[in-house]
Design a protein around this ligand. Structure first.
Ligand code: MN3
Length: 249
């Protein structure tokens, strides 16, 4: 089911104009790397779009197979984006609201907005939390590492707690590392496409790292073994991205 480079290029061409100007045949798209931390804002006509992936579908095989990545990005995530745009037109109309603004006040909106605003935000973040260019002993560094050890005791304790949150989320949802209002790190999970920016969830804070534990994210390769998927996720976590999110105000 692996698509050729040209059909992937066609997909990206059709998915939005921002994809056009950059070199899609390269694994990394440097011009987009700088936009990672920018807010996901609606286009002038009220439409959101998926960011092009910063790597190829088969680039994360240390954790996720190419077919899963392709279906996940081009079907599941694309549908959340499309449905978010429909909800935005119906519920926000011509006003200019960022995705974050909507998520912070999600209780004012319909379940369609909740599911798809969350779905779009979560997937856009998930792709950025992973990188094919990780070392064999992939781990956090710098002040992020210091804070992980300070707040969880050790890196292993942190990983165990995160894995437990991901494993014990019943049904579909996400595991998160967040920064709370008082600057501490915290771990938890949310159901379905909810996320820590929403005013209706228990786990509130700034998302730093997320893991999709919907079956569509791992079932082709791992079937019922969600724990193995979580273990391999550590191989591809982009700790530089997580640290940037942590350092942001
Ligand atoms: Mn998903």
């Amino acid at each position: 089911m692996k698509k050729s480079t040209s059909s992937r290029r066609d997909f990206l061409f059709n998915s939005g104009k921002a994809a056009l100007a950059v070199g899609l045949s390269t694994t990394i798209i440097p011009s987009l790397a700088n936009s990672i931390n920018k807010k996901i804002a609606p286009l002038a006509n009220g439409r959101f779009m998926q960011q092009p992936l910063l790597y190829k579908f088969d680039a994360l095989q240390k954790a996720i197979d190419a077919q899963t990545m392709e279906i996940h990005y081009t079907k599941h995530a694309a549908t959340y984006c499309k449905n978010l745009n429909e909800a935005y037109i119906a519920e926000v109309g011509s006003k200019n609201k960022s995705l974050e603004d909507i998520l912070h006040k999600i209780s004012k909106y319909t379940p369609k907005m909740r599911n798809n605003a969350g779905g779009h935000y979560n997937h856009e973040m998930f792709w950025q939390c992973m990188s094919p260019n990780t070392a064999a002993d992939n781990k956090p560094t710098g002040s992020l590492a210091d804070n992980i050890i300070g707040d969880f005791g050790s890196l292993d304790a942190f990983k165990t707690q995160f894995a437990d949150a991901a494993k014990t989320r019943f049904g579909s949802g996400w595991a998160w590392l967040i920064k709370t209002k008082d600057g501490k790190l915290a771990i938890g999970s949310t159901a379905n496409q909810d996320n820590p920016l929403m005013n209706i969830v228990e786990l509130k804070g700034k998302p730093l790292l997320c893991l999709d534990v919907w079956e569509h994210a791992y079932y082709l390769r791992y079937q019922n073994k969600r724990a193995d998927y979580i273990t391999n996720f550590w191989n591809v976590v982009d700790w530089n991205f997580v640290e940037k999110k942590f350092m942001e105000l």
